[in-house]
Design a protein around this ligand. Structure first.
Ligand code: CDP
Ligand code: MG
Length: 687
């Protein structure tokens, strides 16, 4: 032990004094190193069919490694099963090659012929990006071309893309605009055992889509032993079981509970570095702040031992970390400082993402404090929050398994064995049972699912919970009496995507009150001039926003309203509505964002958010100079009260007014680009 000493460490002495700790051996699987592959699917030395270029030497290097992955032996079996069945369930130990290989096999087997795509979902953004990168290297193509990824706010795919990794949430979003998911031939739902809300909803939706699209295939992949449940849910789908190649992992528990798990984790990592054989370390912590703090402390402390015990390279891993930083976890551990000096090692301090989604080769030691951040719903106060909570026994098993990938390893659990047996629950509950139902209901409504009670959930929420959510949403004006989502709710909910929920809240509130701009006959000209101060060239929604801003700038002054022909009572109501809506959004954890007012795209973002939510009420300019409403094909004109003085090709409107003539009132020009207009039209067509 070093003179600085870690003798008070949680393990009572990792390394030399191991005998004093309670330990238990866990045989994760038979030791079966180095089982060879069964030949290749891609020709050696040949031409890459995706790029028509010769394969690079890197391709062949990786191919040799790929052939050693357990899943390789099951390639024929998998393809035969997929050919014969619409749904196939694959269960395989983490690291056996499911995620990186199976989607590729499907592409190589021809499922992307005729312009189709294979999609593979991931619950986490980091995994989607990092796996897309790895697979594009494996297939020897440029990322973003043949192989790509899509995560929220970032689409790295293109017209040539045949294989796309995307978060389950993104596929759900695509389903909102393309309910039959027409561009995909095969959907691979990965990490299904995680049972995220998005994956659960997708499973219900896809069950229906598969019935309507007999040509479509689905592969459900999971890491744990719950395969039977998935098989049953998908009408007795066949199972492909891929055995892992695991080495023994010795599991150690602390004799006493730890008071501060972060400190304990730091101490343990350092002790491993000082006392254990070479091999890399993986430490599980719960979030960015904790991880960065731990990394700093480990770095500082280990620097004292570089000359005697080798260099310790420390890498954090969490979802908000920039991709180039994330990629560093795959770097080689540092070598010896000088010939004959001790070799270095790396330690990765990660959130749950390293539990099953990402495999880091070379990990021999795992430090598991037993916690992760989880979504918890408190039905009493109806609040959903992300809390640091104990993991399940299934998670703990997964975590320890990460130590036995390349040779026998050790897992240090920073809790007592009794706690593992008694306190940890067997499995984590599916997210849907831990979520606020209002959000789930709104998601389903956005997907066009109206019969919520009969939606085929794998674990259905209680009907009373659903009913209560519907009632609440109706009360808040987010859904109509018929149970349909309102236009205002759609706008507000899509606003965070464009970073302007504050502005949309204001507009929606202003739309909910009676006429804001007064125009007494005797002072029409002065009233028009007053209104012109707020006018925005693109139309009335933005004009309402400007008026509200001006009102607030003048402290809501009655005199100011009077001077500017603004209805003071309406403004008061709008403020009131806004406060209520804001409260509701905070409760639903919808982020309240504003774009930079001086940014050139300030108004563009707002218009995009309006279009995203309001696509039901769009009209298209006709040759006659009138407009045709897209939803119910009415010929209309723009109401004379509108500030719009030209006739844009597409407009969004708030009201349909029937007088002697059909008018649309409160009108804004939308669709900046041709693409946007097409997307808009496509959505309408599908509704
Ligand atoms: O999905 P599953 O857990 O079955 O395994 P995978 O993610 O397909 O990983 C298979 C193997 O690919 C890993 O064991 C790593 O050896 C390798 N891999 C890698 O070297 N670099 C990556 N970025 C991803 C995977
Ligand atoms: Mg995987």
């Amino acid at each position: 032990m070093s003179k600085r000493g870690f003798d008070s460490g949680p393990m009572g002495g990792v390394g030399g004094e191991m005998g004093q700790t309670r330990k238990q051996r866990i045989d994760l699987a038979d030791l079966r190193p180095g089982v060879g592959g069964n030949g290749g699917i891609a020709p050696v030395g040949g031409i890459n069919p995706h790029t028509n270029r010769p394969y690079s030497s890197k391709y062949h290097d990786i191919l040799a490694k790929r052939r050693n992955l357990p899943v390789y032996e099951f390639l024929d079996d998998l393809l035969a099963k997929v050919k014969k069945n619409q749904v196939v369930v694959v269960e395989g130990e983490t690291g056996s090659g499911k995620t990186t290989q199976i989607p590729q096999f499907l592409v190589d087997a021809g499922y992307t012929r005729d312009g189709y795509c294979v999609a593979c979902t991931q619950p986490r953004r980091v995994a989607a990006m990092s796996i897309a990168k790895r697979v594009s290297e494996e297939m020897d193509v440029t990322m973003g071309e043949e192989v790509g990824y899509t995560i929220r706010f970032e689409d790295c795919s293109g017209p040539k893309t045949v294989l796309k990794f995307l978060t389950d949430g993104m596929l759900l979003r695509e389903a909102m605009f393309d309910p039959m998911l027409k561009k995909y031939k095969v959907i691979v739902l990965d990490e299904a055992h995680e049972r995220t809300l998005a994956t659960d909803v997708l499973m219900g939706l896809l069950k229906d889509v598969l019935q309507r699209r007999p040509d479509m295939k689905m592969v459900v992949m999971s890491a744990t032993l719950d395969a039977e449940k998935f098989q049953k849910y998908f009408g007795d789908a066949p199972l492909l079981r891929v055995p892992g190649r695991m080495f023994k992992v010795e599991v150690f528990y602390t004799p006493e509970p730890e008071r501060d798990y972060v400190q304990a984790a730091i101490r343990t990592a350092l002790q491993i570095h000082l006392c254990e054989e070479p091999g890399d370390i993986l430490v599980f912590l719960t979030g960015e702040e904790e991880i960065e703090d731990a990394c700093r402390k480990i770095r500082d402390e280990s620097a004292n031992y570089t000359s005697t015990h080798g260099e310790l390279a420390v890498y954090p891993l969490y979802s908000s970390l920039p991709p180039t930083q994330q990629q560093k976890i795959f770097s080689e551990a540092p070598g010896p400082q000088a010939p004959g000096a001790p070799p270095g090692r790396k330690v990765v301090v990660s959130t749950n993402i390293a539990e099953t989604s990402l495999t880091i080769d070379g990990i021999v030691y795992v430090v598991d404090p037993g916690f992760s951040k989880q979504k918890i719903y408190n039905p009493r106060v109806r609040v959903e929050s992300l809390l640091v909570s104990p993991i399940s026994r299934a998670s703990a098993q997964q975590r320890s398994g990460r130590a036995g990938r390349t040779r026998p390893g050790k897992c240090f659990r920073l809790y007592t064995e009794k706690s593992f047996q008694k306190d940890l629950q067997e499995q984590t509950y599916p997210e849907i049972l831990r979520s606020q139902m209002s959000n789930v209901v709104l998601t389903l409504l956005k997907l066009g699912v109206e019969d919520l009670v009969h939606f085929d959930f794998m674990d259905p929420p209680a009907p009373e919970t659903l009913a209560r959510a519907l009632e609440e949403l109706n009360y808040l004006g987010a859904i109509s009496d018929e149970g349909l989502i309102t236009q205002a709710a759609k706008m507000v909910l899509s606003a965070p995507d464009f970073g302007c929920s504050n502005e949309i809240l204001t507009i929606v509130s202003m739309l909910s009150v009676p006429q804001v701009f007064m125009r007494p006959k005797e002072a029409a000209k002065r009233a028009d001039e007053a209104k012109a101060q707020f006018a925005h060239v693109d139309g009335d929604h933005l004009t309402l926003l400007n008026a509200y801003h001006a009102y607030k700038q003048h402290g809501g002054s009655k005199d100011w309203c009077w001077d500017n022909f603004i209805n003071v009572r309406s403004m008061g109501s709008a403020e009131n509505v806004r406060t209520q809506l804001e409260r509701m959004l905070t409760r639903m954890e919808v982020p309240l964002l504003s774009p930079d007012f001086n940014a050139p795209d300030y108004y563009t973002r707002i218009k995009k958010a309006l279009t995203a939510g309001g696509y039901m009420q769009v009209a298209h300019l006709q040759k006659t100079g009138q407009y045709l409403t897209v939803k119910d094909h009415q010929i209309v004109s723009i109401h004379p009260s509108s500030v719009l003085d030209m006739k844009p090709p597409w407009v969004l409107y708030a009201d349909f007014v029937l007088t002697s003539k059909n008018y649309i009132r409160t009108v804004t020009a939308v669709g900046e680009t041709k693409n946007e207009l097409e997307a808009c039209a496509k959505r309408l067509y599908q509704l």
